[in-house]
Ligand binder design. Structure first.
Ligand SMILES: Nc1ncnc2c1ncn2[C@@H]1O[C@H](COP(=O)(O)OP(=O)(O)OP(=O)(O)O)[C@@H](O)[C@H]1O
Ligand SMILES: [Mg+2]
Length: 254
């Protein structure tokens, strides 16, 4: 295999982080992106950590929308590499959305590998915990993530809703990841309507011998709170996912 000259730059750019947290699910639309935004918000505002965010959904990046960033009006800073966008005092974001704007680019395996490596080799981060929003499934981006990131610093949080199909999907993904010896931290739920839904997810986690990290409640009219208004719903979410926040903070302190 040819040597990739970007490998050294990627290593250098990532070695400053204390922890990498990847949020994954096999099933689309279960709330990975929203969960990443909420976890970042809680960590940056309530803990002594500085959060960097990476949207690894290269063909359909959406994290910037939940965070309320308009890609047309932000400008990237370049100085021997590029600086992520400042979201708030202790939060920054790097996303393909800036480069592709409104268009959607189809990417094959090798192109995904290239795009991921390119972004990671030029981005100069400032945070100490990197949260990664993954596309749905388990394919090129995920394998690239597992290959490039130091696994001893990595935590994978699996997200599911309480619906049967989502639970079955997360179960399969957990088994595949555990077979690969990937560092799965546990399962976090999203869109729980009541305690019985919470229990369904807890049961799945227990059967897999994984920690249950709590469930974000279903929030009606959620889109109205994207951006700066996330602050208004945090108090309704934070108590439910204390465990998820704690495992990240604990890993970040190592
Ligand atoms: N707790 C919640 N309550 C209500 N709606 C939610 C909640 N979490 C997410 N949503 C909504 O569900 C939809 C899917 O959420 P999101 O985009 O975060 O999922 P995703 O897993 O990242 O999707 P994809 O697989 O496409 O990346 C969005 O419209 C989002 O606003
Ligand atoms: Mg998403």
């Amino acid at each position: 295999m040819a040597i990739d000259p970007r490998a050294a730059a990627i290593k250098k750019n990532l070695e400053k982080f204390d922890a990498f947290v990847a949020v994954m699910s096999s099933k689309g639309g279960v709330g990975k992106t929203f969960s990443v935004a909420i976890l970042a918000y809680i960590l940056a505002n309530n803990y002594d950590v500085s959060v960097s965010l990476l949207d690894m959904d290269l063909t359909n990046p959406t994290l910037h929308m939940v965070l309320g960033l308009d890609m047309k009006s932000v400008k990237i800073e370049e100085e021997k590499g590029i600086r992520p966008f400042k979201v708030s005092a202790k939060m920054e974001l790097m996303t393909m959305a800036y480069f592709v704007q409104e268009s959607s680019i189809p990417l094959r395996g090798k192109e995904i590998e290239n795009a991921v490596r390119e972004i990671l080799s030029i981005t100069k981060w400032n945070g100490n915990i990197l949260l990664v929003d993954m596309p749905p499934g388990f394919s090129d981006s995920h394998l690239e993530f597992l290959r490039l990131f130091t696994l001893s610093k990595t935590l994978i949080i699996l997200v599911t809703t309480p619906q049967l199909l989502a639970l079955k999907s997360v179960e399969k993904l957990a088994i595949s990841l555990l077979q690969e010896r990937a560092p799965v931290a546990g399962i976090m739920g999203n869109m729980c309507m009541d305690v019985s839904e919470d229990e369904k997810i807890r049961k799945t986690a227990t059967q897999l011998n994984l920690d249950y990290l709590g469930c974000i409640p279903y929030i009606a009219g959620i889109e109205n709170y994207y951006g700066s208004r996330l602050a208004e719903i945090i108090h309704r979410i934070e108590p439910s996912i204390k465990k998820a926040v704690e495992v990240i903070v604990k890993r970040g302190k190592r």
